[in-house]
Design a protein around this ligand. Sequence first.
Ligand code: C2E
Ligand code: CA
Ligand code: CA
Length: 395
Amino acid sequence: MNNFSDMTVLIVEDDGFQRKVLVGMLSSLGVASILVAENGRQALEIIHGADAKSIDVAICDLNMPEMDGMEFVRRLAREVQNIAVVLTSALEGQLLASVGRMTQLYGIQLLGVIEKPVFPERLAVHLLKYRDLPHKARPLAARSFPLDEILHGVRADHFEPFFQAKVELGSGRLVGAEALARWIHPDHGVIAPYAFIPLLEQTHNIDDLTFCILRKSADALRYLHDKRYPLAVSVNLSLVSLDDTSLADRITQIVRDAGVAPRHVVLEITESAAMTDVAPALENLARLRMNGFELSIDDYGTGSSNMQQLTRIAFSELKIDQSFVKDFATNRALRIVVESCIDMAHKLHVKSVAEGVETQHDWNALTAAGCDIAQGYFIARPMNLAAFERFAASR
Ligand code: C2E
Ligand code: CA
Ligand code: CA
């Protein structure tokens, strides 16, 4: 357990006694570098200070005078980004869960919420979670690269889709895979999307990457179909790309060039991204649908009302956001959310997909709730084509 010696943890807690207790716990867990702030303002000063880059996790009390934990988290999301957060509070569980949810919606990597009093075991669980995170909140990996370097990587063809299995809950049958972009960086190894997608989107440079991932995913699908795996592939589409009304035809062309029928390709569109212009987006989606593509609403439940207009387009799948799926088996409020997503999907005659399925417990509860398809670490992690083919063969 005592292997947190490379971690820097910031405690944000107004109560002097509890601060001391936390410092004690962290040092006994082996955390070498512990910083302390008495309130949110002080914490932000520390974070913006010289050593900011090295802070991994902030443990933050919700109830503080001056700047409370919620405001701190909001500002953290705006100003810093890649520090993971553990929230502590004396509030009751339900309320704490919704504050946790808010934190995630702000884009913060939330490791967990702890009802006070804090016990060392609980704290250790959350720090372990951080240590085992793929790349997301890890400052090194999540530290965004300069735009030039990313664009150079795109031009040099250093990006590849990794494939994560999608499995039918009832039968356990493998039905497809989601293609997730990975940057195979010559110096830094495999880099996850958080380090490059947001910047590419913000600067309207995402399309070249989208087309690259789509082309390679369609090629992979052609290859798998030739090997007699009757699978579908899902590709993520940024909402900003939908502004350009030529998008649908370009996508269709790429897929047909690979020798794949569009009906085997699912385009996942995130509900939560902000959309400037609805009309061209609707035009693109309608055309994609007419050309035979399947459409999926990604991160369902987290989004803005804009998406409600998009839901009028015939889509074929609803992906329940992983922040709901995680812990839903043991949390009443989350269970209600997940069940109503599944219910709505069924009423609309579309497939319900749960992502972020991490345990047998999640799997069982989702099966009981009548969910159609599952995706998550419990089944398989995203992997390159060769590994995915071996995975498919083993099923
Ligand atoms: P997403 O579309 O919601 O993809 C699911 C994310 O959840 C993936 O993260 C996947 O690795 C992760 N995941 C899967 N199962 C589990 C699980 O059981 N537990 C946990 N904790 N996580 C799980 P990844 O690969 O880091 O991708 C992050 C996001 O980047 C994606 O979220 C998607 O929005 C975006 N993205 C990825 N590839 C592309 C792309 O080619 N184009 C665009 N526009 N966006 C992409
Ligand atoms: Ca997705
Ligand atoms: Ca998602």
